[in-house]
Design a protein around this ligand. Structure first.
Ligand code: ADP
Ligand code: MG
Length: 734
């Protein structure tokens, strides 16, 4: 029996999913797998684990596992469910890559999908679990897809063994055919239960002449703004804090003050009049194509904010309580969005995509949607990555709009016309079709899935991508070389079913991508292991340096930012070391930064003063611990430990480290453009790689920017203003 507080009980009863409890639990009892669809906010994540708990799924030793694609969601949902159930975190717990609070008493465990995948490697049948819930399946994250493929096999195996297990796939959209109609995945399609969202109507506003009613008494009704990235979030937050506004002004402000949007939008929505929005249902069409472009309508467009007396009268201005929300933000900052704003102020959350489906921010009535998302793109052939801002899908736009209709009817202001909306793709594509899969292939091989092409992927990656993954793994020594004989077709097939080598098994035990796992596997020479562990940890954590290049607001802030940046540049130079170690380039900077930070006790203050991202440094610390344990587990005589007072590597160790790095990044080699190849002045200081016609460059912030060694290896190529190599290390030219 669960002892919930009365106010929690009351709030639960208002959730649409409560009405479906019987139907859901009956389906779960009868079927191995159930698919559950329901709008964001209908109560899937917080309530279904509780239904299962109350139905006894955690009472005979098994636990209820819930996977989330995002760490933020795993942590905050475990807290929320613990609160609702009035149970301690030792019972409703979470586990993410670096941390968790799981105990022996854990009954409900929220985790990232990657964590569960690792657990399958240890115990293919997942015997601890009585139920696994795959949440946010509509996001189609790579690990979620793979988990569904694996669980489609694990669940029947468990039942055959007399250890029954259930699978519940939850999605915020109705697009679940990839799971239900994929005969390779589920021979008998699982039942789909739809939760009727008792979502309040959300009025979607385009630029037509219909004033939105007045705003009196609108305090406590929150605003959620969707933007594409951290820098934008900060710049809009800063501007919003300076003024108190109503929601229309906010949209207006984003138009005016983010040149990016106003530029690109000026074609579709040239001038915006604050008082002329039309209210159209989401699905209605294109009629604003010509509307609103009327030049007589634009008297509002040159207004400075706050300089609008009429508006002010209608809207007794309510101070905004502005909070940023994005995934790199420190957890305690992220958590702020769940608490009520200060009395008399209106909550305004300026967020990236993280707020689209996984988190429910209470009390949102207004959504302002920029219609875009920043995504990582990966070129299949060349391996070049870039972040690009693209239009979202219609499904995403509707998700975002839906966030406004939680507690009462809401409004969504779209910074694009309905014509543009009509051109959006219907759904976002599965992540697995957009990134390399070498890590997945290695993990599958380790699970003895030899013919990865035959794996029941909900959406299979192209065979091209699978082949290049196997090729990389062969070159790293993780898979056996295929026989060289045979006709071409046979060879292709053979290449797709190479068995794993003992080295490959060791590599699969490390929670990092195969390239880095290879480095760890070689790390024992000359006492290099602690350094390699540190370098790998730092390379696999996102962005260890604070970004001081974002557009600042005031003069004063600019100066402060410039000072911090200068300090950061100076520190990087220091960390790059002297003598031999300089050759390690950016990897020495990482090593030096982590070393210095740990030496100082990894404090917030040290990070702040030296341009390091505190959250990243904490992640590196945990990952170092985890990798150290993994190394000791793989080779019992390794005897490595985490040393917080690491001495810099000696000259011969530096040489050794460079060889180890080269072994992992051997296909990421680049050679300086030779004088006779200098056809174009733009090629100066450029590097040639085997796969690209155009040169790549060493970024000005790199430790090797001045040195320009003849041969280098790089972690990745990132295309921004130019194609830049990231994580550059010099290699010996022999
Ligand atoms: P779904 O998974 O279907 O999107 P959730 O279970 O996440 O829905 O959320 C259901 C409801 O629980 C939300 O509408 C919100 O009112 C409430 N809720 C969720 N998390 C919190 C929280 N941290 N604080 C307050 N209320 C919350
Ligand atoms: Mg959810």
């Amino acid at each position: 029996p669960v002892d919930r507080l009365p106010e929690i009980q009351e709030a639960r009863l208002r959730l649409p999913i409560l009405a479906e409890e019987q139907v859901i639990m009956e389906a779960v009892r009868e079927k191995e797998c159930v698919v559950l669809c329901g709008e964001t906010g209908s109560g899937k994540t917080t309530q279904v684990p509780q239904f299962l708990y109350e139905a006894g799924y955690a009472s005979s030793g098994g636990i209820i596992g819930v996977t989330e694609p995002r760490r933020v969601a795993a942590i905050s949902m475990s807290h929320r469910v613990a609160t609702e159930m009035n149970l301690p975190s030792g019972v409703v717990s979470y586990q993410i890559r670096y941390e968790g609070n799981v105990t022996e008493n854990t009954k409900i465990k929220f985790m990232t999908d990657g964590v569960l995948l690792k657990e399958i490697q240890k115990d293919f049948l997942l015997q601890k679990y009585s139920v696994v819930i795959i949440d946010e399946a509509h996001e189609r994250s790579v690990y979620t897809d793979i988990l569904i493929g694996l669980l489609s096999r694990i669940v029947p195996l468990r039942n055959k063994k007399g250890l029954p297990m259930k699978l519940i796939i939850m999605s915020a959209t109705l697009r679940v055919e990839d799971f239900t109609e994929n005969k390779r995945l589920f021979r008998t399609p699982p039942p789909v239960i739809k939760v009727e969202a008792r979502q309040f109507a959300v009025t979607v506003h385009f630029n037509k002449r219909t004033p939105v009613d007045n705003y009196t008494g609108e305090a406590f009704r929150g605003i959620l703004v969707f933007l594409t990235g951290q820098a934008e979030v900060h710049s809009v937050c800063r501007r919003l804090r300076k003024c108190s506004l109503n929601v229309q002004n906010i949209q207006f402000l984003i138009f005016l003050k983010c040149p990016y949007y106003s530029q690109s939008l000026s074609q579709s929505l040239p001038r915006i009049n604050l008082d002329s929005y039309s209210a159209l249902p989401v699905d209605e069409g294109d009629e604003d194509r010509q509307a609103g472009i009327d030049d007589n309508d634009n008297e509002g467009s040159d207004l400075e904010l706050g300089d609008h007396p009429d508006k002010e009268k209608a809207d007794p201005s309510i101070p905004l309580y502005v909070l940023p929300l994005y995934s790199l933000l420190a957890p305690e900052q992220q958590a702020k969005v769940f608490s009520p704003p200060p009395t008399g102020a209106r909550l305004c959350v300026v967020a990236t995509n993280v707020a689209e489906t996984s988190l429910t921010i209470p009390g949102i009535k207004y959504v302002v949607d920029c219609g875009r998302v920043k995504k990582r793109f990966y070129d299949r052939v060349t391996g070049v990555s870039s972040f690009k801002v693209t239009w979202i899908s219609q499904a995403s736009a509707n998700q975002r709009a839906g966030r406004a209709g939680r507690t009462e009817p809401g409004h969504c202001y779209r910074l694009y016309s309905s014509a543009v909306f009509g051109d959006f793709s219907l759904f976002s594509e599965a992540e697995i079709t957009r990134r390399p899969v070498d890590d997945l292939v290695l993990q599958m091989k380790d699970l003895n899935i030899e013919k990865v092409v035959n794996f029941p992927f909900p959406t299979p990656p192209s065979s091209e991508v699978l082949i290049s993954a196997e090729q990389l793994l062969i070159s790293l020594g993780a898979l056996e070389e295929p026989p060289r004989r045979g006709r071409l077709g046979e060879m292709e097939r053979a290449r797709l079913s190479c068995p794993i080598t003992p080295l490959g098994r060791a590599m699969a035990a490390f929670p990092v991508a195969p390239r880095y796992a290879k480095m760890l596997a070689l790390g024992r020479q000359q006492g290099c292991m602690p350094y390699i562990i540190t370098i790998v940890a730092a390379m696999t954590v996102r962005e260890i340096f604070e970004d001081y290049d974002r557009p600042a607001g005031s003069e004063e802030e600019n100066t402060k930012m410039a000072g911090k940046k200068a300090r950061c540049v100076q520190m990087r130079r220091l960390w790059a070391g002297q003598g031999q170690s300089v050759q390690l380039g950016d990897l020495m900077v990482l090593l030096g930064a982590v070393g210095a930070c740990e030496f100082a006790g990894c404090t917030h203050q040290f990070c702040e003063e030296n341009g390091l991202r505190y959250k990243a440094m904490l992640e590196i610390r945990r990952l170092r611990g985890q990798l150290t344990n993994a190394v000791n587990a793989v080779c019992s005589d390794a005897g490595v430990y985490v040393d917080n007072k690491m001495a810099p590597p000696t000259a011969s160790q530096v040489l050794c480290l460079r060889q180890i790095v080269l072994a992992g990044l051997g296909d990421h080699i680049a050679r300086r453009v030779q004088a006779e190849e200098l056809l174009d002045p733009k090629w100066r200081n450029g590097y040639k790689t085997p796969l690209l016609d155009d040169p790549v460059f060493i970024h000005p912030s790199s430790a090797l920017h001045k040195t320009l060694p003849e041969f280098v290896v790089y972690q990745e190529i990132m295309e921004t203003t130019k194609m830049y190599m990231r994580g550059v290390c010099a290699v010996q030219a022999e």
